[in-house]
Design a protein. Structure first.
Lengths: 101, 526
């Protein structure tokens, strides 16, 4: 079984992702359903989907300050941030809250 | 009858009293029922409570910010970004007729939406259409004003442009400006004005202050007593630090205070002053408010691209760790008093902000910008005083006698020699620097040295630098915005003519005040 999730980018984040605002992705086999977390997803997104400027997306292990992450329309701070276990058909939104995107 | 021997049934105290204020694990901190979806400054809200909380703070800021009598007209300044879109939506809801009480009077009589089009400098002219659409949906009248109109008079006539005397940066930063008529279109003048500044910080600042000038102008023209701006709390905290480091500390209360009262006849309200950038983003997501992407000079650039960008990275990084950072900065800055309310504080002709008295003296004391001034220390104390000494008429050098200097066409300096000639125009350069505020002086000192730039270009063509060393070409997004068009590689610095108008009228006022000074009755005299 594989995980299929929807990623959305707005507030200027889409500029780093080839101007795509929404993208449905099927994660590779390495992501085990039930144990794969956001901590694994973020580097995968950076390496596979990001088209420009990795340092504007991530800082260390996590996203850069000023980028808001919503998991199924809920703040990721409430969902355990990087420890959140990805479920099938999740919607993960990245919004840049920085001035000018 | 009671007796102390009698047994009284006392209620046994419960181990823990649950009150309305207690926080329940896994529940919204406000309604205590629904599961929370957002965490703001360690307070967890469910969706309806979050929306209500944002709208409540919005309304509170509008009511507290505008002490105008009811029925004022409001100009909503929008850029199309997330905060602007929330501002527009919030004002729409604020202005809506209360369904439970249709006879309740509205606070404001009318609202207009004003969008300053920066397409001439930043591109993206298609944005205006989307913002127009949003304004129409809100039911407000929409004004799209091109930023370059700042180079024209408010009535649309062309006053010419201020060009500096001299060609290299050393001469330009003396700001000896001559007002000339020109065949260059206003859009090209704007490009010259912005792209002649070397640093991204200066470009951003120049764009910002010209935009603000146009907004105030439009608000006055349309008879608006209130201007609503979409600065959110995070942005305001960034501005406190960024503007202070750019030399605008004296004018900080004008930006930060709820009741600055600086602009005569216009009240500035910032309804989002208690709403964080994160809250703006979440609110827009929940309420499906569509924002137009508004790239800036530094969009997609690293944090060190400009002071604003760097400060933002600093504040946002701190805010991540310490959630009350932004609030503390904004609330502290709102209490700062700098004496800009003194009666004789004058507005800067360029940015309209307050000028701190003797700021040019201060600069002259610790920097050297003019060798002649060092040799003759008496002349460092600012142009105004210098001119007042020993000159009884203002027309010897500065054209205070030409009442309508901005509407006449000025021939090149070689033709006209006297400011009181038949053309009634100033041919001699006027010294702008003593009249503008400290931060605007700093801003104008960022003019690129065209001679040096030309030398660099020559070197580049001989041996091209690797692209990684050139911040402008570091990213394709940034490059398309930040790099001036090829034909504008070495633009000469220009300033809009309204600056000259303000300087001339001020000089005239100073001169007249001096002339009639001995007849004036001072306060406190009988």
């Amino acid at each position: 079984m594989t995980l299929t999730i929807t990623l959305e980018f707005s507030g200027g984040m889409e500029l780093l992702f080839n101007n795509e605002k929404s993208k449905q992705v099927t994660l590779p086999e390495t992501f085990t359903p039930g144990s794969a977390t956001l901590k694994e997803l973020l580097p995968w997104v950076r390496d596979n989907l990001l088209t420009e400027r990795a340092e504007l997306f991530m800082q260390g292990e996590t996203v850069r300050p000023g980028i808001l992450v919503l998991i199924n329309d809920a703040d990721w701070e409430l969902e355990g941030e990087l420890e959140y276990v990805i479920k099938d058909r999740d919607t993960i939104v990245f919004i840049s809250t920085l001035h000018g995107g | 009858m009671c007796s102390i021997d009698q047994d009284v049934d006392m209620p046994v105290p419960k181990s823990k009293i649950t009150t309305r204020r207690d926080l329940l694990q896994g529940r919204c901190h406000k309604c205590k029922e629904a599961p929370p979806v957002v965490d703001m400054k360690r307070v967890q809200y469910c969706r309806p409570c979050f929306i209500e909380s944002v709208l409540y703070r919005f309304k509170l800021a509008v009511m507290r910010g505008s002490k105008e009598p009811d029925g004022a007209k409001v100009c909503i300044a929008v850029s199309g970004g997330p905060s602007s879109s929330l501002l527009l939506e919030g004002m729409k809801r604020f202005h809506a007729i209360d369904p439970t009480n249709p006879r309740k009077r509205r606070k404001f009589s009318e609202m207009i939406v004003c969008y300053i089009d920066t397409a001439a400098v930043l591109g993206h002219s298609e944005k205006a259409v989307e913002i127009d659409q949003a304004a129409k949906e809100a039911g407000f009248e929409f004004f799209r004003v091109p930023l370059e109109s700042v180079f024209l008079n408010p009535d649309g006539s062309d006053p010419g442009v201020l060009v500096p005397q001299g060609i290299n940066a050393q001469e330009i930063i003396q700001l000896q400006m001559i007002q000339q008529s020109t065949s260059v279109t206003p859009a090209e003048r704007l490009q010259q004005c912005v792209h002649a500044l070397g640093k991204a910080t200066a470009k951003e600042e120049m764009l910002e202050l010209l935009t603000w000038k146009v907004i105030i102008r439009l608000a006055k023209r349309e008879g608006c007593a209130v201007v609503a701006r979409g600065d959110n709390s995070t942005r305001m905290a960034v501005n406190v630090i960024a503007q202070t480091s750019r030399g605008r500390g004296f004018g900080m209360p004008v930006e930060m205070s709820e009741h600055a009262g600086w602009y005569k006849g216009i009240t500035i309200v910032r309804p989002l002053r208690d709403i964080l950038a994160k809250e703006v983003a979440v609110f827009n997501r929940f309420e499906q408010i569509h924002a137009v992407l508004t790239p800036e000079f530094t969009t997609g650039m690293p944090a060190k691209a400009s002071i604003d960008r760097l400060t933002e990275a600093f504040v946002v990084g701190l805010q991540n760790e310490f959630p009350m950072t932004v609030n503390t900065v904004v609330r502290t800055a709102a209490k700062v008093v700098t004496g800009y309310t003194d009666e004789d504080t004058t507005p800067c002709p360029l940015c309209d902000g307050p000028i701190q008295k003797s700021s040019s003296d201060w600069r002259a004391r610790h920097t050297v910008s003019n060798l002649a001034a060092v040799k003759n220390p008496a002349s460092t104390t600012g142009g105004v005083k210098q001119k007042e000494d020993g000159k009884s008429s203002p027309c010897s050098n500065d054209c205070a006698c030409s009442e309508n200097v901005t509407s006449v066409t000025v021939p090149p300096p070689s033709i006209s020699t006297s400011c009181c000639s038949s053309t009634r125009a100033s041919a001699k350069p006027m010294d702008i620097s003593p009249h503008i505020c400290y931060a605007c002086q700093n801003l104008c000192r960022d003019v690129v040295d065209t001679a040096a730039a030309a030398a660099v270009t020559r070197r580049k063509t001989a041996a091209p630098l690797p692209t990684s060393q050139n911040p402008a070409s570091a990213t394709s997004i940034a490059a398309s915005i930040a790099a001036p068009p090829p034909e504008q590689q070495q633009p000469a610095f220009v300033l809009p003519a309204y600056v000259a108008e303000a300087v001339v009228s001020r000089k005239g006022r100073d001169w007249m005040k001096k002339e009639i000074g001995e007849f004036l009755i001072e306060d406190g005299e009988d």
